[in-house]
Design a protein around this ligand. Structure first.
Ligand SMILES: [Zn+2]
Length: 132
């Protein structure tokens, strides 16, 4: 159990949904600005319940570099929704402890508790910078 009350869980679901639609708006704007509005129809045709849609996959197929960040975050949100469905949401994937509610409201797609996240960032820091 993640220790979240029903109310807390609903609150986080709302945060996830809001963030999800904000990201889709950003993607639509980016596509339209780049003259690829035919693709923005994919978003227009999205089902009303975003939980059922693999939107990130559909967008990734477009292969538009400037929406990479949004696609990445959409995937995180879809994964968070999936974890809610199978009751693993709010549990740290590294240590198995509960993730603090404060942290979840700040980062609803968080998969690690603050301690493991700091450890993770320390061990993975600079892995993309070339070492001379
Ligand atoms: Zn942890």
């Amino acid at each position: 159990m993640n220790g979240l009350s029903q109310t807390q869980q609903l609150w986080i679901e709302q945060l996830l949904n809001q963030r999800y639609w904000t990201l889709l708006e950003e993607v639509r704007d980016a596509l339209e600005q780049s003259g690829q509005q035919q693709y923005s129809e994919i978003i227009g045709n999205a089902p009303a319940d975003p939980g059922d849609a693999a939107m990130a996959d559909a967008l990734a197929d477009l292969n538009v570099a400037m929406i990479d960040r949004q696609i990445h975050e959409l995937r995180d949100i879809e994964a968070a929704r999936q974890r809610m469905l199978d009751n693993s949401y709010g549990i740290c994937i590294d240590c198995g402890n509960r993730i603090a509610f404060d942290r979840l409201t700040a980062y609803p797609a968080a998969v690690r508790c603050i301690h493991c996240q700091q450890l993770y960032e320390k061990t993975h820091a600079g892995e993309h910078t070339p070492s001379l």
